[in-house]
Ligand binder design. Structure first.
Ligand SMILES: [Zn+2]
Length: 265
């Protein structure tokens, strides 16, 4: 996992401006209240692009490389949260406490921004994948699997990269305190483990670009799979990963190739 820094002044200002513009537009002077001040009414395309750029296009949880159309915006304090106790669970993380307040939908005066309502606060929003992973039947991970469940936002911990490590079998190595978060986000889904295992055991004569090229080049794909170490990548793994839906998804997890190089695996 990667640390997400929300304190870059230029990005922060830009994000605040986009959100402030929308929030101010929802204020109705004649009735002295906000109308349609909800995440659902916010045009997300530009804001989503800003988050993706900030995260180098990686999902905040599973590290899949994602484009705008396959991105969902994750509310760390859930969009539907109404209780102060939920706000308290998250205020210690990142830059939440000084920039975000719990929106309860009943403000009768205009908000002096910042802080921003949690439903539309830059410090409460990160980019997640849409959770679609290949499997027989439906599978979900990350934001779409979580819903509003309680998690630890690991990406707001400065040494996130050390908090979550991955062993060569694709399993996450971390402290017990993260187990509920992992399970809530399905980060140990067998498909995600398979993808991590294949990246971490990619034969050294191939690089990430070869894997991406092999999405269109079946011969190259077969060659890469055949060259994988049998003691690490089983016959069943091979049968699965070489199929088109799996390979086309697998290649977007190349963050684990960079992780492999970084760790000297
Ligand atoms: Zn994800």
């Amino acid at each position: 996992m990667e640390y997400i820094d929300k304190t870059n002044p230029n990005v922060k200002q830009n994000a605040h401006n986009i959100l402030k513009k929308f929030i101010d537009e929802q204020w109705q002077n004649d009735t002295n209240r906000y109308v349609n001040l909800a995440y659902e009414y916010f045009d997300k395309v530009e804001f989503c692009e800003l988050l993706l750029k900030e995260q180098n296009h990686y999902c905040c949880y599973c590290m899949k490389h994602i484009l705008n159309k396959e991105t969902t915006i994750e509310h760390i304090i859930p969009n539907k949260a109404k209780k102060e106790s939920i706000y308290s669970d998250y205020k210690i993380y990142g830059d939440i406490e000084s920039n975000v307040f719990l929106w309860q939908g009943n403000m009768s005066s205009k908000i002096n921004l910042p802080p921003f309502p949690h439903i539309l606060a830059y410090e409460n929003l990160v980019a997640s994948c849409n959770g679609s992973i290949p499997k027989e039947g439906n599978a979900k991970c990350c934001n779409n699997k979580r819903g509003s469940e309680k998690i630890i936002p690991v990406f707001y911990i400065a040494n996130a990269k050390e908090e979550f490590e991955y062993d060569v079998s694709g399993i996450i190595i971390c402290d017990k305190k993260y187990y509920d978060t992992i399970s809530c986000l399905a980060l140990e889904h067998q498909t995600l483990q398979l993808f991590r295992r294949c990246w971490l055991n990619l034969p050294s004569r191939y690089d990430a670009l070869d894997v991406i090229d092999a999405g269109k080049d079946k011969e190259l794909r077969e060659q890469i799979v055949d060259d994988m170490d049998f003691s690490k990548i089983s016959v069943r793994d091979r049968e699965t990963i070489r199929t088109e839906p799996y390979w086309n998804s697998f290649m977007n997890y190349f963050w684990f190739y960079l992780y492999k190089q970084d760790k000297g695996i």
